[in-house]
Design a protein. Structure first.
Length: 117
């Protein structure tokens, strides 16, 4: 029988367990940030093509996207400021992330984009 000094029989089980726990509880936060970036990207696309669209048409598309992404309330309240040379599209909403031990973390998101017309 070969003896290994300092080696445990658990191997890398504990680090693997820690990584899986962090991934399990970090997934909702990652999902919220991914939705934020999708929403902000759509705002940027709407801003780039805003010279041919009305403000109401832009709002309608972004509200539909917020609904399809299952965004929290407040994301569908979109502000559009248009000047002769630029357009700014913005929104404000809060995501609630559920943590272990009945804790909640509120993350405020403020997506906005500005583009030339």
């Amino acid at each position: 029988m070969v003896r290994r000094r300092g080696a445990s029989t658990l191997g890398c089980l504990i680090p693997l367990l820690l990584v899986s726990v962090v991934a399990y509880f970090g997934f909702p936060a990652a999902e919220a940030y991914f939705r934020f970036y999708q929403y902000k990207d759509a705002m940027g696309q709407e801003a780039r093509f805003a010279s041919t669209e009305t403000d109401e048409h832009i709002k309608k598309r972004l509200v539909a996207l917020a609904d399809s992404l299952h965004m929290p309330p407040g994301a569908e309240l979109i502000g559009i400021d248009r000047t002769t040379t630029t357009i700014t599209i913005s929104s404000e909403y809060d995501e609630v992330i559920r943590l272990p031990f009945n804790k909640e973390k509120v993350i405020p998101f403020r997506p906005w984009v500005r583009s030339r017309l």
